[in-house]
Write a protein of this length. Structure first.
Length: 67
């Protein structure tokens, strides 16, 4: 299982930082932002290999299930 920020969203946010810097904003003046979009991924193949049963309600909450 993994609960982490969506990487593509982080890259988009990085592009806005680069844009602000290229337009003349000092890097120290740009506030640091936390990720706001997260993804919950479950790897069923690995779970079965270690004899772990994932309850159906947890599977239903997952954004992505790897089979």
């Amino acid at each position: 299982m993994s609960y982490s920020p969506i990487i593509t969203d982080l890259w988009r946010r990085a592009a806005t930082y680069v844009d602000k810097i290229l337009k003349g904003t000092k890097p120290g003046d740009i506030p640091v932002e936390q990720a706001t979009k997260f993804e919950f991924v479950i790897n069923l193949k690995t779970a079965k290999q270690i004899s772990l049963t994932i309850p159906p309600n947890v599977l239903a909450r997952a954004d992505r299930v790897i089979k």
